[in-house]
Structure formats: C-alpha cells, structure tokens
Design a protein around this ligand. Structure first.
Ligand code: HEC
Length: 215
C-alpha cells in the first residue's frame, strides 16, 4: 500500500488529469463524471487499477501445473532431500552419522523444507488438474484410481484434500523448526511424520483400493 501522503501526490500529479485538461470542456466534464463515479464505486480505481471496470471477477492465480507435475517436480525431490539429509547407517566398515553440519548444508536443507511447506499451498489451490488431459499413458496399477476418477474424487471432497495437504504442511513446518534449531534428531522425526502425511493422501486419492496384508 502507498502511504496516504504519497497517494495524494500521485493523484494530484495524475497524468490522466493533465491530459484531460487539454480536451474540449464538455467532453472533459463527461469523462471526469465517469471517473468520479468509478472512483466512488470502486476505490481501487483511484489508483488507476482497472480491476473494477469489468464485471468478470479477477482471476487471482493462474493454475497451470498438474498435481502430478508438483509431485514430480517439487514435492518428491524436496522430501527426498530432507529424508536423505539425516541417517544413521551401520555397515561392516563402520557407521555413518549423516546430518547437515556446515552452514551451507543447513541452508540447502532449509530451502527444501520451504519448498515442501509452500508446495502444500500449491496443492490446495482449487482448479488444479491431477494430470495432463492426454489419456493415461499406462493403465492404473492394481488398486489405483484412473486420473479421471482421482479428479472426480478430489473435486467432490476438496476440503478433505486440502486438509491432507495442510497435514503435510504441518509436518514440513516441523522439519523447518528442527532445521532452524539445528536439531538433526528432530529433523529425523519430522521426516517420519512427512512420510505418513504423504501416505495418508495417497491411500485416499491415488490407490484407495490397494490390498493391504491382513485385509
Ligand atoms: C494432498 C494429497 C497429496 C499429498 C499430501 C502427497 N501427494 Fe503425492 N500424489 C497425490 C496424488 C493425487 C497423486 C497421483 C497423481 C499422479 O498420478 O501422479 C500423487 C502422486 C505422487 C507421485 C507419483 C508421481 C507420478 O509420476 O505419477 C509421487 C512420487 C508422489 N506423489 C510423492 C509424494 C510425496 C513424497 C509426498 C509427501 C512428501 C506426497 N506425494 C504427498 C497426492 C498427494
């Protein structure tokens, strides 16, 4: 937002007003009346933003990528980076206590946590398609829904889908807090919670008909 004092000077030095003053008087008055009306009806018109001049609602976001794109491009790589950053690995040749140590390593892992936190918002945006319109390149696997079925299910239960994305976001925020505290053990625990949040959405929207042992 512009501070009021600056807004006032922007308005008084308004180039439209200067140009209008050179128009014939009658036209000038008509235009000014129309402008004043739109100013009264639409406060943002004062700032020269044309958002109220059409009746169609302004589209706030342009949703282009599919859920599948986000999974492959952002969600999966950032989660992998978090999971890979901490591990306790015992082999015959010794043990490895893997964890971020340098500032640079912590910064890198932090970026991945941020990507995961924000990816949850991207997933939640209404109007996002599950996959590209082209027919499934391969038949759904055993227990998996087709993309058309997934799309319908997400559309019909969008609030639940958003909640599952929010749950993922909560776990990614736990990872972020652990990273900011430079606490590798907490980061490991957050990794487990992230894994569960991925799975909870996948069993609901991707492979709900999967047979689990004992069921
Ligand atoms: C809010 C729901 C939701 C959450 C949370 C979620 N996913 Fe997904 N994911 C989906 C859906 C729906 C699909 C199926 C779309 C498709 O065919 O790829 C999918 C597909 C995938 C795929 C397959 C992509 C492909 O190539 O088809 C991967 C990999 C994946 N998710 C990883 C993850 C990981 C890792 C997490 C957690 C860090 C996660 N997902 C969390 C909804 C979710």
């Amino acid at each position: 937002m512009l501070p009021l004092s600056r807004l006032a000077s922007v308005l008084s030095s308004n180039t439209t007003a200067t140009r209008l003053s050179r128009l014939p008087d009658r036209l000038n008055v008509q235009i000014r009346t129309r402008d004043m009306l739109s100013w009264m009806l639409c406060p943002v018109a004062m700032l020269g933003i044309e958002s109220c001049s059409t009746t169609a609602p302004v589209q706030q976001y342009r949703v282009t990528a599919t859920v599948q794109d986000l999974m492959e491009g952002i969600v999966d790589p950032s989660a992998d980076a978090l999971w890979d950053s901490v591990a306790f690995i015992a082999t015959e040749s010794g043990t490895e206590d893997r964890r971020p140590r340098t500032d640079e390593q912590w910064r890198a892992v932090r970026t991945n946590a941020i990507m995961l936190v924000e990816a949850a918002n991207l997933l939640s945006m209404p109007g996002r398609r599950v996959a590209a319109d082209k027919p499934d390149s391969s038949a759904p696997g055993l227990g998996e829904l087709s993309h058309v079925e997934m799309q319908q299910r997400i559309g019909l239960t969008h609030d639940a889908f958003v909640q599952l994305a929010r749950n993922l976001q909560d776990t990614a925020l736990q990872a972020l807090a652990a990273i900011d505290a430079r606490d590798a053990q907490r980061l490991m625990d957050a990794g487990g919670a992230i894994d569960e949040a991925c799975e909870a959405c996948h069993v609901t929207y991707w492979y709900p008909n999967q047979q689990r042992p004992g069921t």
